[in-house]
Design a protein around this ligand. Structure first.
Ligand SMILES: Nc1ncnc2c1ncn2[C@@H]1O[C@H](COP(=O)(O)OP(=O)(O)OP(=O)(O)O)[C@@H](O)[C@H]1O
Ligand SMILES: [Mg+2]
Length: 243
């Protein structure tokens, strides 16, 4: 579903991602791990067509991100960490609808989908309130709902649980499991090892823009003789990138 082939991204000649290849199959959940500056956000941005690779190519659902960016965008839902970029003066419902229109959905579809998402995300109580007074967890729910309003086949989340409390983070984790059960393809970055361990079929570890590991966590645990992902991670990156 997602194919990243020998991709390099340079910012002013400095590589942020180097010769990266990876695949995420349909219905697979893959965690993107790496310390600050490892290239996680850059990778997700390139897959989402926001950034162009300097070299290599990316294909989403059979479509090249450079040749058919609009088609690719229709098939993916994106949630980038930090600021959710919601319109404070609009209600949660109108924020979601606004995105639905950007994706070219019909009003009726937007209405139905919003109701469905509100039920699923337990947002009915604040769906028609302005986002301005929302807590971080409420905002994140709206941001997630907005990112999947067009029912995308591929979901990209950049540090989706950072800054969330346990209840909101758990809500997010449940959602990922539901999306997976629906057959969606999910690639998300995280600094939380236990989250990746719990949710992902596979982990991809980046260090300074280079792929350090791509495989199941079980295999990684077996190789290192430990189930402590934090310790393994420190071994991999601490060794200066030895594989
Ligand atoms: N727009 C940009 N211009 C210049 N350099 C950039 C730009 N975006 C990212 N970089 C650089 O690319 C490298 C990878 O950054 P990236 O944001 O992808 O890392 P990350 O793994 O998401 O880190 P974090 O965990 O801190 O979010 C960093 O060295 C960063 O400074
Ligand atoms: Mg990042």
């Amino acid at each position: 579903m997602i194919l990243v082939e020998r991709v390099t991204k340079k910012f002013k000649k400095i590589p942020a991602v180097s010769d990266l290849s990876l695949e995420v199959g349909q219905g697979e959940v893959v965690g993107l791990l790496g310390e600050n500056g490892a290239g996680k956000t850059t990778t997700l941005r390139m897959i989402s067509t926001v950034l162009s690779p300097t070299e290599g190519r990316i294909v989403v659902d059979g479509m090249d991100t450079l040749q058919r960016p609009e088609e690719v965008r229709k098939r993916i839902g994106i949630l980038f960490g930090g600021e959710t970029g919601l319109y404070e003066k609009l209600t949660a419902r109108d924020n979601i609808a606004y995105f639905g229109r950007l994706y070219g959905l019909e009003e009726r579809t937007i209405r139905e989908r919003t109701e469905e998402l509100a039920k699923r995300f337990d947002m009915a109580g604040f769906l028609d309130r302005k986002v301005g007074g929302f807590s971080k967890g409420m905002r994140q729910k709206v941001a997630i709902a907005r990112s999947v309003v067009h029912d995308p086949a591929v979901i990209l989340f950049d540090e989706p649980t950072s800054g969330l409390d346990i209840t909101s983070a758990n809500m997010f984790r449940r959602l990922v499991q539901e999306f997976k059960a629906e057959g969606k393809t999910i690639l998300f970055s995280s600094h939380i090892m236990s989250e990746v361990e719990r949710l992902c079929d596979r982990a991809v570890i980046l260090h300074r823009g280079e792929l350090q590991y791509n495989g199941t966590l079980e295999a990684l645990f077996a190789t290192h003789g430990s189930r402590d992902l934090d310790e393994i991670f420190m071994n991999i990156v601490g060794a200066g990138g030895a594989r």
